[in-house]
Design a protein around this ligand. Structure first.
Ligand code: NFE
Ligand code: MG
Length: 579
C-alpha cells in the first residue's frame, strides 16, 4: 500500500511551491511531484515595449534575486544591439553581482535552510563553555562563539521562547530524529543565525552603493551604468570594500566553519549524505567577471556525475516543454520550443479529488495534483532533451571538471577538511556545502574585480557606450550567465524598435519543473526519490532536500494573466505549512 504525503506550501522559500510524494510500505519515496500553484508573470508584459525598458520590467520577476533579471534584461538587449559596455561598467556590474550572491547565500543558509540542520530547542540545553571549545574545531578564530556570547544568545532566545510567541521558530519538527548536531553545535549555529541578521543589513547596503537602492537597484542602463558619481568617489569605493571584508569575515569564521561542522556530523545521516541528488547532469555558465576576459566560474556541462568529462554548452540545445505544465503551445507540433521562439499561453486544468496523509497520520480527502496530466505553472526546461541541475552544486561540479583555478582549490579544501569523498557532493549535504564553496570563492577572489576597476579608472572613466536602434532592422540577443540559484538566460527579439518576443529560462524553472513528454523528472522531483521518511507526519527530509536548492518560485513561474481574469482559487491550510 502506498501513501501520499503533501507539503503545501513549502515555507522559508520565495513563492508558492507544493510537493507531493508517494511512499511505499517502508516509507521510502517512490514517486514525487513538484508544482507551483500560483501564477504570475512578466515575459508578456515586456512584449511591445521599448527594449531599453526590458531590464527594468524583467527585474520585477523576483524580489529576491532582484538584480539577476535586471542585469539579464539589460545584457540581452545589449547583445541584440551589438553593444559592449566599457570595462568600468562591466566591473561595477560584477561588484553588484558579488554583493547579491553573498547576500543570497548567507541568508539562505541561516534564515531559510539553517533550521533544517539546527535544532533550536536543543541549543537551549547546551553548555556554553563546552560549545565555546567546540567552535575552535572548525575555525581558527570562531565568530560570536565565546562562552559569554553563547550564554547571552541562549538567554535571548530562551526569553523569547518563554513568552510563548515563537515567531520564526514556530511549527518546526524540533526533536526530529534526523537532527544530528549536539546541543553545543546547535548553539554555535544559533549564534551565527542571530549574527546573520546584522551582516545581512550590511551586505544589502553593498548593493545599494552602486545600485542606488536594494532591493531592485536602478543604476544599470543599456550601454553601461549610471552610478558615475559613486564610481568616481574613492570613499564610496572604500565603503564597498570594507563591507565586503566584513561579509567575507562572516563567511570564513561562521558560514564555512558551520558547513565543515555540518558535513562532519551529518555524513552519517543517510537522508542527507546518501540521497538528494537524482539528476546527475549539471549545467553551469561563466559568471563573476573579474577582468577583461576573466571569470571566476566556468561554462560547461557534466553528464551522469562524471567529472572526468566536460561538455561544451551549445545554446541551440536549450528548450522548454509544457507537456505537464499549465500552458499550451499553439501553431506548432513541437513539444519543446527554443526560447527565441518560446510561448507563454495558459492552459489550466485543475486538480483531482483524492486522499493524502493528514497531520495525525490518517488519510484525509484532498485536492491532489494530476499524476497523468498538467500539474504546475512551471515549465520544463531541457538541454538536448535532458533535465539538468543548475545552481551552486553545478558551479562546483562543472568547476571541478573544468579544473577551474578558483573553484578547484576551495572545493578540495572543503573535502580535505571534512574528510568527505568527492562523490559526497552528489547529495543534499553536498548541494548545501556547494553554496558555501561558491560564496567562499567570491570571498577569496572577488576583490580582483574591485582591483580591476580601480586600476582601470586611472586611465579610463567611461561608464556607458553610445549606441542607436535602427527601427527598420530586426535584432535578437540573449544573456546567459549564472545567478545565485543557477544558470539564467533571457532571450529577446526586437522588431520595429520594440520587443517582439521575450523569454526567461530561469534557474528554479530548470530545477523545479515537472516531468517532460518522455516522463523524465526534473531535479527537485528526482532529489526526493529513494529517501526514507522517518515519520510521515513530520516530513523534514522532504523539506531539507527541497530547501537545499533554495527555491524561488516567483522566478520559476514569472507569467500572469494580464487581463486579471481569475484562473483558480487558493486556500492555504496553515496546519500543513512546514517551516
Ligand atoms: Ni527569484 Fe532567481 C536566482 C533568478 S531563481 S531568485 O538566483 O534568476 O531561480
Ligand atoms: Mg520563462
Amino acid at each position: 500500500m502506498t501513501k501520499r504525503i503533501i507539503v503545501d506550501p513549502i515555507t522559508r522559500i520565495e513563492g508558492h511551491l507544493r510537493i507531493e510524494v508517494i511512499v511505499d510500505e517502508s516509507n521510502t519515496i517512490v514517486d514525487a511531484f513538484s508544482s507551483s500553484t500560483l501564477w504570475r508573470g512578466l515575459e508578456k508584459i515586456i512584449v511591445g515595449r521599448d527594449p531599453r525598458d526590458a531590464g527594468f520590467i524583467a527585474q520585477r520577476i523576483c524580489g529576491v534575486c532582484t538584480y539577476s533579471h535586471y542585469k539579464a534584461g539589460i545584457v540581452a538587449v545589449e547583445d541584440a544591439l551589438g553593444i559592449k559596455p566599457p570595462l568600468n561598467a562591466q566591473m561595477v556590474r560584477s561588484l553588484m553581482n558579488i554583493s547579491l550572491f553573498l547576500h543570497d547565500h548567507i541568508v539562505h543558509f541561516y534564515t531559510l535552510h539553517g533550521l533544517d540542520w539546527c535544532d533550536i530547542t536543543s541549543a537551549l540545553k547546551a553548555d556554553p563553555a563546552k560549545a565555546a571549545k567546540e567552535a575552535y574545531k572548525y575555525a581558527k578564530i570562531p565568530l560570536c562563539a565565546g562562552e559569554n556570547e553563547l550564554l547571552a544568545v541562549q538567554k535571548r532566545v530562551g526569553d523569547f521562547v518563554q513568552q510563548g510567541a515563537l515567531g520564526p521558530f514556530q511549527n518546526a519538527y524540533w526533536g526530529h530524529r534526523t537532527y544530528r548536531f549536539s546541543p553545543e553545535q546547535n548553539l554555535i549555529v544559533l549564534s551565527h543565525y542571530l549574527k546573520l541578521l546584522e551582516v545581512q543589513r550590511e551586505v544589502a547596503k553593498m548593493m545599494a552603493i552602486f545600485g542606488a537602492k536594494q532591493p531592485h537597484p536602478q543604476s544599470l542602463t543599456v550601454g553601461g551604468v549610471t552610478s558615475v558619481m559613486d564610481i568616481l568617489d574613492p570613499s564610496r569605493l572604500g565603503e564597498w570594500k570594507s563591507k565586503f571584508e566584513m561579509v567575507a569575515d562572516f563567511v570564513y569564521r561562521a558560514y564555512w566553519a558551520d558547513l565543515v561542522m555540518a558535513a562532519q556530523v551529518y555524513a552519517s545521516e543517510p537522508s542527507v549524505a546518501q540521497t538528494g541528488c537524482g539528476v546527475k547532469n549539471f549545467l553551469s555558465h561563466a559568471e563573476m567577471q573579474v577582468g577583461e576576459n576573466e571569470y571566476l566560474y566556468s561554462t560547461g556541462i557534466v553528464k551522469n556525475g562524471d567529472l572526468s568529462k566536460l561538455y561544451d554548452l551549445d545554446e541551440n540545445l536549450i528548450a522548454e516543454e509544457v507537456t505537464n505544465s499549465w500552458y499550451k503551445y499553439e501553431n506548432t507540433d513541437k513539444v519543446a520550443l527554443h526560447p527565441y521562439d518560446g510561448q507563454t499561453t495558459p492552459d489550466y486544468t485543475g486538480f483531482d479529488d483524492g486522499v493524502s496523509i493528514g497531520p495525525d497520520g490518517k488519510e484525509i480527502p484532498t485536492k491532489n495534483l494530476k499524476h497523468d496530466g498538467k500539474y504546475s505553472w512551471i515549465k520544463s526546461p531541457r538541454y538536448d532533451g535532458e533535465p539538468m541541475e543548475v545552481g551552486p552544486l553545478a558551479t562546483v561540479v562543472v568547476g571541478l571538471a573544468a579544473k577551474n583555478p578558483y573553484i578547484t582549490p576551495v572545493a578540495q579544501e572543503f573535502l580535505k577538511q571534512t574528510g568527505l569523498p568527492v562523490e559526497a557532493l552528489f547529495t543534499t549535504l553536498g548541494r548545501t556545502a556547494a553554496r558555501c564553496i561558491e560564496a567562499r570563492v567570491l570571498c577569496d577572489y572577488g576583490l580582483k574585480a574591485f582591483d580591476t576597476l580601480v586600476e582601470n579608472l586611472k586611465v579610463d572613466t567611461r561608464t556607458c557606450a553610445p549606441y542607436s536602434i535602427d527601427e527598420s532592422k530586426e535584432y535578437k540577443g540573449r544573456y546567459i550567465g549564472n545567478v545565485p540559484r543557477g544558470m539564467l538566460s533571457h532571450w529577446v527579439r526586437i522588431k520595429g524598435g520594440k520587443v517582439e518576443n521575450y523569454q526567461a529560462v530561469v534557474p528554479s524553472t530548470w530545477n523545479a519543473g515537472p516531468r517532460d513528454s518522455q516522463g523524465k523528472k526534473g531535479p527537485y522531483e528526482m532529489s526526493l526519490i529513494g529517501t526514507k521518511v522517518a515519520d510521515i507526519t513530520k516530513p523534514l527530509e522532504i523539506i531539507r532536500h527541497i530547501h537545499s536548492f533554495d527555491p524561488c518560485i516567483a522566478c520559476a513561474v514569472h507569467i500572469m494573466d494580464t487581463k486579471g481574469a481569475e484562473l483558480s482559487q487558493y486556500k492555504i491550510a496553515p496546519s500543513f505549512a512546514r517551516i
